[in-house]
Design a protein around this ligand. Structure first.
Ligand code: ADP
Ligand code: MG
Ligand code: MG
Length: 919
């Protein structure tokens, strides 16, 4: 049987049968198409129509032609619609008009094209005037068609139509479109026809079928338009999906004051509050509301204006939310008192709203807890923890007259940046000049999205909470204030002005998307306090409980195991306390060398490094011991009851020494000036530093190699760790120290160093007469370590993947240079799918990890395995760690909430599955 390219709205069952699932239907018919079909099935009033499938679009993209049979099916479907409506396409005596709308599986607000009023031509216009006795409405509709046809099918700039229209209105002294009379619109239709002909090179098509054909093609083509491609790149939507085309009988909101059009969200998309939020306009069509051309009324007012319609609308939307179990974003039109639904889809919302909705809906019993956790993506949590303005600084700014203007708080968060007045400049300044940018526009359009994404914040003078700027900003978590109507944006002179206060391009402003207030100058921001995010904390708590279920994973030997824990990388007690407040249940990495860099300690460290005799070195180390002990003491106290992994000194010693070049210059200057005092010391130091020089320090004397070459340092460190642990134990704190040996490449290294260190630990426990549990383990960051893991595990009680080094050494890419040199090109050219220093390379580095876990656990079934590289906070990498059997991931304290959620998502996605073994 030939493929079916078209489904009438009432053929949703057939589509379901073909596509196999509702997910499949959404892929086939797109979001809008499947929503319209589904509403039709549920008895919601939807204007008759049909959908051309995404499969047809994909065929079209391959061949540049409609696939065989599509056009015939389209004509046949139109006949059915004619029959249903009792109207006829192109017939002046009973004209049928349709819209041609794009709709992909995932909504891409405003990214692709819609043409309204298809089916109008000169004759139909005359016929409709006779029928409706409303010439104003008919000419208004006709000029919209010409404009949308020109801009959509032939990619003309909006300006070519907007400009003559503005000129006309100015000449007539009109401010609003509503002041235009029938005669005015008629004149403008004439003007638009000329504009169209001038730019397109041919007359506007009077053949209505030609209109339909060109419109369908244009929607297909818009899928590969630049702005659509950019948007998909930014949102990770595949280019292969294609868009569907929906042909929908026109209903008219611009037929008088018993008609109107509007958009609404079934809950508040900004705060998540369970209250309908929407806007409508009487006597208006289509995008008038979204474009913010006139100030729309809040949806509640419809209750007074048209009580019957309002009630029906509220019933329908309640039903839709129940049906889809999610907040809906709906469009409707009222034609002479009759309500029509034109769209329903899951709404875009802020991070805050997304979390609140998920919790609310789980509590309402609409969805399960699992579903609630799954709905909140790690990116959402990331956005929520974005900085806010410092409260006191904000008050000071307000008092000092920095306040500038207030608009609608469309997308929350604090943004500070330099003002730029168009998307291209904003993007350039952000990307090339590395500036922090605020994009300011009267309003935004789909081709502004690249500038918005590059900006810290967005500010517009027009439009409301459902304007393009607001919707897009919310989706990307960009702070945004819209409709600051006191502000005049003068694009020509590149300035904005409020009551005589002028801000020029490149000047700094601060935009508070949470309150809608805008300030001149820079206001300091603070990290958000997680303690105040009670909804988030509840949700993360659910997430933890899901991941902690004892039967989430099946180990290769058949035992059951929970999902991943989340630990944190923390060097200081204050980081450890933050890690705890963010929900970390262990420290996966404490870098001890940071403690050596403190100003008062560094000279002692240098003295220790330069010591000529063992006695001198020991003296310096003895001096360092108390401070190290104090650091660890604080750490254990903050992590009372939780494991703390302390990594012994790792970097090459030259990192602790003064800069060689600078020192050299100083010596030369002193010699030139003939100064002698202190010169010899300087020159000795210089010679010593030069003696330590290595060509490849990252592959040189560092990690365990340094410990074996100069064991006194780590001996001091281990003594400090055990003394601190003992002291804490005596104070009633439960300590779980784990000592981690870095950069191991052969088990012999462990065999050499570990017994010495352990002996020190035991001595301390005897001295202090306390006992506590401790572990010795190693980092896996050299490929050889992964390959010989079964041997390493004879000594190591735990492994921690240092994936920064492991990635560097597996690829042979220097991580200090690769990113700025070739890595960007590699990703752009598709040689690498992603930056492997951000997202784990599963095929190479990931395989080594898998091998190390398998072999390591064969030697030691209880081997504890974690990861402490940057990847420990990256959701995709976390998923891999779950799949291969890590016990925990460890990341920066700020990323702990994201990791907790990612861990729960992996647990749910692979619940009850076997850990994947390396073959
Ligand atoms: P967008 O992605 O810009 O929302 P839509 O395809 O949903 O694009 O349509 C644009 C506008 O035109 C919306 O306000 C929609 O409600 C309106 N519209 C679309 N089809 C019709 C129709 N058949 N009758 C009346 N209005 C319509
Ligand atoms: Mg559209
Ligand atoms: Mg829409």
């Amino acid at each position: 049987m030939a493929k079916k390219w078209i489904y009438l709205f009432e053929e949703v069952e057939q589509a379901e049968k073909y596509a196999g699932s509702w997910e499949g239907v959404r892929g086939l018919l797109g979001g809008i198409g499947s929503g319209l079909a589904d509403m039709t099935r549920a008895g919601v009033p939807v204007p008759p129509g049909f959908t051309v499938t995404t499969e047809a679009c994909n065929e079209f993209r391959k061949t540049g032609k409609f696939p065989n049979g599509q056009w015939d099916e389209e004509l046949a479907a139109l006949k059915v619609v004619e029959h249903k409506t009792g109207k006829k396409f192109g017939d002046p005596s009973k004209p049928l008009l349709v819209s041609c709308r794009s709709g992909a599986k995932f909504s891409m607000p405003g990214m692709m094209n819609t043409i309204l009023n298809i089916g109008l031509n000169d004759k139909v216009v005359d016929g409709m005037i006779k029928l409706t006795k409303n010439p104003r409405f008919v000419y208004d509709s006709y000029r919209r068609l010409i404009e949308m046809f020109g801009t959509t099918v032939f990619n003309l700039e909006d300006e070519v139509f907007e400009h003559p229209m503005d000129e006309y209105k100015t000449k007539k002294g009109y401010k609003l479109d509503t002041e235009m009379t029938a005669e005015d619109w008629k004149t403008l239709v004439g003007t638009f026809m000329e504009v169209y002909k001038k730019h397109v090179g041919s007359e506007f098509p009077q053949d209505v079928y030609k209109q339909l054909e060109l419109a369908t093609k244009a929607v297909f083509e818009s899928w590969m338009g630049k702005k659509a491609i950019d948007y998909r790149k930014a949102t990770n939507i595949s280019d292969d999906l294609g868009t569907a085309v929906n042909i929908v009988t026109m209903v008219f909101g611009n037929m008088g004051d018993d008609s109107g059009t509007g958009v609404a969200f079934t809950r508040n998309p900004s705060t998540g509050d369970k209250k309908m939020m929407g806007e409508y306009l009487l006597n208006a069509q289509g995008e008038d509301v979204v474009a913010g051309i006139r100030n729309a009324d809040p949806i509640e007012n419809l209750g007074k204006a048209m009580p019957e319609v309002y009630k029906q609308f509220m019933d329908i939307t309640a039903k839709l939310e129940k049906h889809y179990k999610d907040m809906q974003d709906v469009e409707f039109t009222i034609e002479r008192g009759k309500l029509w639904m034109l769209q329903t889809r899951n709404a875009k919302r802020t991070a805050k709203a997304a979390i609140k909705n998920s919790l609310d809906m789980a509590n309402e019993g609409l969805i399960s807890k699992e579903e609630a956790v799954l709905r909140v993506t790690p990116e959402i949590v990331d956005m929520l923890l974005h900085p806010q303005f410092d409260e006191t600084a904000l008050k000071t700014a307000e008092k000092s007259g920095a306040y500038y203007v207030t608009g609608v708080n469309a997308s929350p968060g604090a943004a500070v940046g330099q003002v730029y007045f168009d998307a291209d400049t904003a993007e350039r300044m952000a990307k090339e000049e590395k500036q922090k940018v605020i994009m300011v526009r009267p309003f935004t359009k789909p081709d502004d999205v690249h500038g918005m994404i590059a900006s810290q914040g967005v500010l517009t003078s027009e439009g409301g909470a459902s304007s393009h700027a607001a919707v897009v900003a919310r989706q990307f978590g960009i702070p945004c204030v819209v409709g600051a109507s006191k502000m005049k944006v003068d694009l020509e002179n590149r300035i904005m002005e409020v009551d005589g206060k002028v801000v020029k391009e490149s000047e700094w402003i601060s935009v508070d998307g949470t309150t809608g207030k805008v300030f001149v100058g820079k206001i300091p921001t603070v990290e958000t306090k997680i303690e105040e995010q009670t909804d988030l904390l509840t949700l993360l708590n659910w997430a933890d409980n899901l991941a902690a279920r004892p039967d989430i994973r099946i180990l290769p030997d058949g035992r059951k195991a929970p999902g991943l824990q989340v630990w944190a990388n923390a060097d200081y007690p204050k980081d450890a306390r933050r890690a705890r407040s963010y929900g970390a249940v262990g420290i996966g990495l404490c870098r001890t060398e940071h403690m050596f860099f403190e100003t008062e300690r560094l000279p002692v460290v240098q003295r220790m490094i330069l010591a000529k005799t063992p006695e001198d070195r020991k003296a310096a180390l003895d001096e360092l011991l108390p401070s190290q002990r104090k650091d660890f003491d604080g750490l254990f106290e903050a992590m009372n009851g939780y494991p703390v992994i302390i990594r012994l000194i790792d970097p090459p010693l030259h990192e602790f020494m003064p800069d060689e070049e600078k020192l050299f210059e100083e010596c030369v200057t002193m010699r030139v000036k003939g100064e002698t005092k202190g010169l010899k010391e300087k020159e000795d130091l210089l010679a010593a530093i030069r003696g330590m020089h290595e060509s490849n320090p990252m592959m040189g004397l560092r990690g365990v190699r340094l410990s074996i070459y100069m064991p006194q340092i780590v001996e001091m460190q281990v003594r400090a760790i055990f003394e601190a642990a003992a002291d804490c134990t005596l104070r009633g704190i439960v300590v779980k120290p784990e000592i981690m040996i870095p950069l191991t490449g052969t088990v012999k290294e462990l065999e050499w160093i570990q017994p010495r260190l352990e002996r020190i630990g035991k001595t301390v426990m005897e001295e202090k007469k306390v006992n506590f549990h401790y572990k010795f383990g190693t980092m896996i960051e050299i490929p050889r370590a992964a390959v010989t893991a079964s041997e390493l595990a004879t000594r190591a009680e735990f492994f921690s993947f240092g994936t920064n080094d492991l990635t560097q050494m597996t690829f042979g890419y220097s991580r200090d240079d690769a990113e700025r040199n070739f890595l960007i090109t590699y990703v752009a050219e598709g040689i690498l799918p992603k930056n492997p220093f951000q997202t784990l390379d599963r095929g190479g580095v990931g395989k080594l990890m898998q091998m190390a876990i398998n072999d390591g656990r064969k030697t030691r079934p209880e081997l504890e395995v974690g990861i402490c590289g940057e990847h420990g906070g990256d959701p995709e990498s976390i998923e891999w760690c779950h799949m291969i059997g890590n016990n925990y991931v460890s990341c920066s304290p700020f990323r702990v909430p994201i990791a907790r959620l990612a861990a729960a998502h992996s647990a749910l996605k692979y619940s009850g599955q076997k850990i994947i073994e390396d073959k």
